[in-house]
Design a protein around this ligand. Sequence first.
Ligand code: ADP
Ligand code: MG
Length: 231
Amino acid sequence: VEQSALQNEKLAMLGKISASIAHEIRNPLTSIRGFIQLIRPYLYDIGKEDYARIILSEIDRANDIIHEFLNSSKPSAPMKENASINSLLHDAIVLIDGQALMQNCELIFNQLVTDLFVSIDVKQMKQVVLNILRNALEAVQMTDEFHRSKVTVEVNSNGNFAEITIQDNGKGMDKATMSKLFEPFYTTKSTGTGLGLSVSERIIRNHGGSIRVNSIENCGTVFVISLPLLT
Ligand code: ADP
Ligand code: MG
């Protein structure tokens, strides 16, 4: 209880700082993006179209990071509506399908025959599922090229809860990482923010749900999100 109070405090402080900075950084990024688009044909003419592509994707990455920081500053009260688990997962998976394909990773969604319904902030919860899927894709990427990488999304009902299982056969993690991964800023990646899971954990907690993880090094990881079913 004390630890999660401290984490909330850390996130609230982060929120105040990031909200004020993000706006100032976003505006110049947007105009840079616009001007690069404008000069793109000229770069193409001199055979440097690749440069434009790299610049644009780096700008998008910077925007993603700002977006993630801003998310952590959002007021914690979710705007709940009744939503289908199948469509929540479908909508999240569509957004990351292209990345999986590009990585040659098999992304399997075992959709429910009988859909389950939950009361959630759809935007926030989609972000949660995306954060975990993104981590899964990053984890399978770091294994060797002969490895057939695979991410599976599954749903089950367990008592009064819907359980979303996201499993990957990626690099897994050791016990030390497993005990820290929900802490804000904890990351083992050179370009990571360490915010994805701490923000996700807080969102799930605000929905009366929980998240648990199991992992075996060099074998894979499974996250289970538990959300109260609509009654
Ligand atoms: P980031 O992705 O920016 O590092 P996260 O909060 O999303 O931050 O994750 C924190 C850390 O948890 C990651 O750096 C990684 O070490 C570990 N992790 C999360 N998901 C997985 C996974 N599916 N497989 C292996 N490690 C993971
Ligand atoms: Mg992440």
